[in-house]
Design a protein around this ligand. Sequence first.
Ligand SMILES: C[S@@+](CC[C@H](N)C(=O)[O-])C[C@H]1O[C@@H](n2cnc3c(N)ncnc32)[C@H](O)[C@@H]1O
Length: 226
Amino acid sequence: MINAFLRHLRTDGLRGTLAALIDFSQHLWRRWADASFDRRYGTDTQGITDDMTELGVFTEHRLNAFGYEGIQIPVFQKMLRELKLDPSEYAFVDFGSGKGRALMMAAEYGFARTYGVEFSPVLHEIAQKNIAIFGQRNPRACPIELRLQDAMEFSIPDENLVCFFYNPFDDKVMRQVVGNIADSYARHPRKLAVAYRNPLCAELFDNLGFLQLVSSTHRYHIYKSR
Ligand SMILES: C[S@@+](CC[C@H](N)C(=O)[O-])C[C@H]1O[C@@H](n2cnc3c(N)ncnc32)[C@H](O)[C@@H]1O
């Protein structure tokens, strides 16, 4: 450790070494914060992988998916606050729900119900176990429904909705999902919000006339119906 520090100091100077140290401590803090949910509930929502074979996904859209990583807890808390709505009036849908971290946090936040759509059978099974553990610890939390299916096939509930995306797929799949949301809204105009982390396909939402961008950073976009 001391040797690595001295090596850094020789190659990058004091300023560079301090910047690297700050970077490293921020990384450690983020990992510690992200593990806090699992420490509290005894769940398993950690890990990062983009190996679709390991995740048991062999369907057409495996090539359009970006892999698994649980949502960063401080970022998700900020996104929930930025929505500026009463969660008890809304259902929450996580498109690409992985191990269920966002779903359980949304249930804790007070949504009326939550739906998770995930196409990896491996992650779906882990999410089922997590939600059972979470439910025992939180008997008053809202219902959490898990669907093992492609997000393109998920039928959009006609309740007030918060649609959450954490960079699950590319524009090919997103285009169809956004079309499904728009059709559902046209059939049942209602309160609808979108919270999109890593908004790589943001223009698809920007172009929906019934939504307006109410908050945006390089990390996320929040849209709400007009
Ligand atoms: C970055 S992870 C986010 C996990 C979770 N939403 C969270 O925030 O903790 C994206 C997830 O989307 C899933 N995914 C990707 N393409 C999908 C598709 N077409 N249908 C359903 N799930 C998909 C992946 O398997 C992965 O679990």
